[in-house]
Design a protein around this ligand. Structure first.
Ligand SMILES: [Zn+2]
Length: 130
């Protein structure tokens, strides 16, 4: 998957604003990700993320209207590498979407990894900014 530099910059800026907690958002588009939609992390501690069901449903409705697709669900790992946690593996239930994890161990050098659910496994996918 490729995303434009501007979308990437927006995404990273939002995830950094959420530090020290995990940030969460969605990459949307038709085929390629063309925009970033920040979501509110309602988890009570800093090592998880949770999206309010209301916000999630309203995003899905918006996608029906705009005819866009959920290209990837994005969240940050403030102090861990971009490797899915056990919880990430269990929670990510969207075989038609991708999981993008952005590690902010060094906030000025974000490291991203993209995964897709294939059967019961998350397989790493190619990801780069253009
Ligand atoms: Zn995670």
């Amino acid at each position: 998957m490729r995303i434009g530099r501007q979308v990437w910059d927006e995404l990273v800026a939002h995830l950094k604003r959420e530090l020290p907690g995990e940030g969460v958002g969605a990459l949307l588009g038709r085929g390629q990700a063309v925009r970033y939609h920040p979501l509110q992390n309602i988890a009570m501690d800093q090592t998880h993320f949770a999206v309010s069901p209301t916000e999630w449903v309203s995003l899905l409705h918006e996608l029906e209207t705009t005819q866009e697709r959920l290209v990837a669900i994005v969240h940050s790992h403030p102090s861990a590498p971009p490797v899915p946690s056990q919880e990430d593996r269990e929670q990510f239930l969207y075989p038609e979407s991708n999981l993008l994890i952005v590690s902010l161990q060094q906030p000025d050098k974000p490291v991203a990894a993209l995964y897709r659910k294939i059967g019961n496994r998350l397989e790493r996918q190619e990801f780069f900014t253009i």
